[in-house]
Write a protein that binds this ligand. Structure first.
Ligand SMILES: [Zn+2]
Ligand SMILES: [Zn+2]
Length: 439
């Protein structure tokens, strides 16, 4: 180790402990308001595309802080901008929506809300994915950033995205002029709470972070008839059954071993009665992949197999394959990871930052990456450390996101999220630090 390096390390160490202390005092100051907002939003969850009250409350809080807030962007979305001199534009995104899940956590602030879903059915509603925590964290971060404008310069842009759970909100905001009506972000940041890491810690993945998701609806056309006279009919159920078995060979025989690919037939519907051969059979498929080339390969293989099996079974016409929902995979910019990992380590302590594997779930944040915003999507630990240690010992995992029992350890999660967000924003919005990091 040479002398210059020692000096640099000492400076880095003193800067980091200063940063940690000053941020924790800043977080202490904003925490009561942040926690209050968390409890309010948690007890008043709203379904995707219906986040009216949630958006109004968040918009009002950000406006009161001095942000220039625009509402109803891409449905119920909000955009809050704060310009503070010259410099880059950095976007920080939270989702707004909750899920049709009944909360069974037994917490004193558990949601008791019921509503009608888009199909008119009565459903319970719960923030079972932790988006309430992301919103509350943003209030804390936005407050610290507005009160300490001497620590950064550039343009800050907080967005509240609706309808993440239906993977439609990000594209709706883009279609409504997110990148033309507002400053175009040079960088994008998002984080998501989960139960895999201890509360308040951060997991970082470089490169691909989440899977691409493709939803397919397939209809196979046969010829109905009497169950006792199969020779007069073309049975779409048998064709569907063969198709399902043949689809299993895509991941086992066609995709290169080691490449991530999932093909799941999630439902099959056909027929009404045991002695009737139905006219058609329908199935729903979800496809998950990391690599765009593998994604194309899998979708092409599904097309080929579905059509080929229908032809082999003598189907009356070519099956229909509807690609009704899709999203790309979220890609974490490796240069941004390299730049921000030490920043997050300095803010939270090195032992509280993990390098983690990509997730098999999907996220429509990918639409922002595809629109040209270099991004970093972080994993926020939400698990009570003792319960997590117990879960690891017993091999019984803690409730995952979307479970009725999902209950992040709120205070350390919020504090970790705010500390991390503030450190990342200050780094990205500080020309000097960026110069240093690039050397
Ligand atoms: Zn979710
Ligand atoms: Zn989520």
């Amino acid at each position: 180790m040479n002398k210059v390096l020692v000096v640099i390390l000492l400076v880095a160490a003193s800067t980091s402990s200063f940063a940690q202390n000053s941020t924790s005092k800043e977080v202490d100051a904003v925490y009561p308001a942040v926690h209050e907002l968390y409890l309010d939003i948690h007890q008043n969850p709203e379904l995707s595309s219906h986040e009216t009250r949630t958006a109004e409350i968040l918009a009002a809080r950000l406006r009161a802080l001095g942000y220039d807030v625009t509402e109803r962007v891409g449905g119920t979305g909000i955009v809050a901008v704060l310009k503070n001199g010259s410099g880059p534009t950095v976007m920080l995104r939270t989702e707004l929506d909750a899920l049709p899940v009944e909360e069974k956590t037994g917490l004193p602030y558990a949601s008791k809300i019921h509503t009608k879903d888009d199909g008119g059915h009565d459903v319970p509603v719960m923030h079972a994915c932790g988006h309430d925590l992301h919103m509350a964290a943003i209030l804390g971060t936005a407050t610290i950033m507005v009160q300490n404008q001497n620590t950064w310069h550039g343009t800050l842009m907080f967005i509240g995205q609706p309808a993440e759970e239906t993977i439609t909100g990000a594209r709706a905001m883009l279609a409504d002029g997110l990148l033309s009506r507002f400053p175009k972000p040079d960088y994008g940041i998002a984080l998501h709470v989960g139960n895999e890491l201890p509360a308040g810690t951060i997991g970082i993945t470089s490169g691909v972070y989440s899977t691409a998701a493709d939803s397919l609806r397939i209809t196979i056309y046969g010829k109905g008839g009497h169950g006792s006279a199969p020779h007069t009919a073309i049975d779409p159920i048998v064709i569907a059954a063969r198709t399902i078995v043949a689809l299993q060979t895509i991941t086992s025989r066609e995709v290169k071993p080691g490449e991530m690919a999932v093909v799941t037939v999630g439902y099959i519907r056909a027929g009404t009665k045991n002695n009737i051969i139905p006219n058609d059979a329908e199935m729903g498929i979800t496809v998950r992949t990391y690599n765009p080339q593998v994604r194309r390969q899998v979708l092409a293989a599904i097309d080929r197999i579905v059509k080929g099996e229908a032809m082999a079974g003598g189907a009356t016409r070519e099956p229909t394959i509807e690609h009704f929902e899709s999203t790309g995979s979220v890609y974490n910019d490796p240069a941004l990871v390299e730049r921000l990992r030490p920043v997050i380590e300095a803010a939270l302590g090195k032992q509280n930052v993990y390098i983690v594997e990509p997730i098999t779930a999907s996220e429509d944040y990918s639409a922002f990456v595809e629109a040209g915003i270099p991004s970093l999507y972080l994993n926020l630990g939400g698990a009570d450390p003792e319960r997590l240690a117990e879960a690891q010992k017993t091999n019984v995992p803690l409730p995952s996101n979307h479970s009725s029992y999902f209950a992040p350890d709120v205070e350390p999660s919020l504090r970790g999220a705010i500390t991390c967000e503030v450190a990342v924003l200050r780094n990205l919005l500080n020309g000097k630090q960026r110069g240093l990091a690039q050397q």
